[in-house]
Design a protein around this ligand. Structure first.
Ligand code: 5GP
Length: 349
């Protein structure tokens, strides 16, 4: 047994310190970023904020709004090829989405999510990104799976995770991943930390994994735990090249989940509710690592997106970053606690 004595931080443990800046307006901030990916050699230009591949978030309706801001959406792995075909004929831009698969293919050559992914990539070569979705990427079979997908798709951008430490970030990048997702347990509807006691505070995980990825020419995507636009700014300032959000986009019209009595469901993808929706069983050995919640209907997602982008833009002007790309370079963080004045929070409409 070993205890690491180093203090690990969450978003609420830090603040960005303002700096002198020559930016005259928030409008001047460049909100897209051009990435050159290590293993696929792809060069893509987008706003590095991703909608998570969760039910109620990773939908085509969401993608169609996010694409207007050059933001990205990971379409859920249960989305059928027919649904893809319909969306593509209906205004979806393929550069703004990623297809998603789990790793069941390792054990089952007929795995449906993998087959759907293959069909999507065959029908729509303009989809440039594959997201391999697993809660825990510390298994050796995960590394083997990434290698297999890389062999099959040498020129697609491969996103995989999730990890929270540098050595596994490097391992996945060296074995074919372009982008490694960082985050175990920080999610809004995730109960991994209470169910298993496992996790690393998200801000520190980002700083460590980003440093590791930069060392080997890879990229990371901070996944989970952003509650406010400022958290996205902190993630980018802490070195995340990209940020994935779920809960911040949930509960809107674009969720694909019907509002009942002014409320919409939202649930973790490892929750009992997700298994019920997708007809999956726990097989007698899995726990319930996600929450089912009922959110007040939030209406259209566009104002929420504008809030998010407005917050991040403003953060850039405070720290003197002309481009999102410069955030980590410009960021000085102060360690603190109790960073938000909650006095009137309960009265906010
Ligand atoms: P949020 O932005 O809502 O804080 O976090 C979203 C992330 O939570 C997702 O992208 C995914 O990585 C993670 N997540 C989604 N569902 C579950 C779940 O049921 N259990 C766990 N442990 N994590 C989840």
């Amino acid at each position: 047994m070993r205890i690491s004595q180093e203090i690990k931080l969450n978003f609420e443990d830090v603040l960005l310190q303002p700096k002198r800046s020559t930016l005259t307006s928030r409008q001047d901030v460049e909100m897209t970023r051009k990435f050159s990916f290590r293993n696929s050699n792809k060069v893509l230009d987008f706003c590095p904020i991703f909608a998570s591949n969760m039910d109620g978030v990773g939908t085509f309706s969401m993608a169609k709004i996010l694409q207007e801001y050059k933001m990205m959406t990971v379409i859920t792995k249960t989305t059928t090829i027919d649904a893809w075909k319909q969306a593509v004929g209906n205004g979806l831009r393929l550069q703004s989405v990623s297809v998603c698969t789990g790793t069941k293919r390792v054990f089952d050559p007929e795995a449906e999510d993998y087959k759907t992914m293959q069909a999507v990539l065959k029908s729509f070569p303009d989809v440039k990104m594959i997201t391999i979705d697993v809660a825990n990427a510390y298994h050796q079979h995960m590394v083997d799976f990434v290698k297999m997908v890389r062999d099959e798709y040498p020129d697609k951008v491969i996103v995989t995770g999730n990890v929270v430490t540098g050595e596994m970030t490097e391992e996945l990048i060296l074995n074919g991943a372009d982008i490694v997702k960082v985050g175990i347990g920080p999610g809004s509807v995730c109960t991994t930390r209470t169910m298993t006691g496992v996790g690393v505070p998200q801000f520190s995980a980002i700083v460590e994994c980003s440093d590791a990825a930069n060392g080997v020419g890879g990229h990371i995507m901070a996944d989970g735990g952003c509650v406010h636009p400022g958290d996205i700014a902190k993630a980018l300032g802490g070195g995340a090249h990209m940020v994935m959000i779920g809960g911040m986009l949930a509960g809107h019209d674009e969720s694909g989940i019907k509002a009942v009595d002014g409320k919409r469901e939202f649930y973790g993808m490892s929750s009992d509710r997700a298994r019920e929706v997708h007809n999956k069983s726990k097989g007698g050995y899995r726990g319930n690592e996600g929450r089912l919640i009922s959110l007040p209907d939030r209406g259209p997602v566009e104002p929420t997106i504008q809030d998010i982008l407005g917050g991040v833009r403003s953060a850039c002007t405070y720290i003197g970053a002309k481009r999102l790309k410069d955030m980590a370079k410009c960021a000085t963080f102060i360690r603190t606690n109790n960073v938000i004045n909650r006095a009137y929070e309960r009265y906010t409409k």
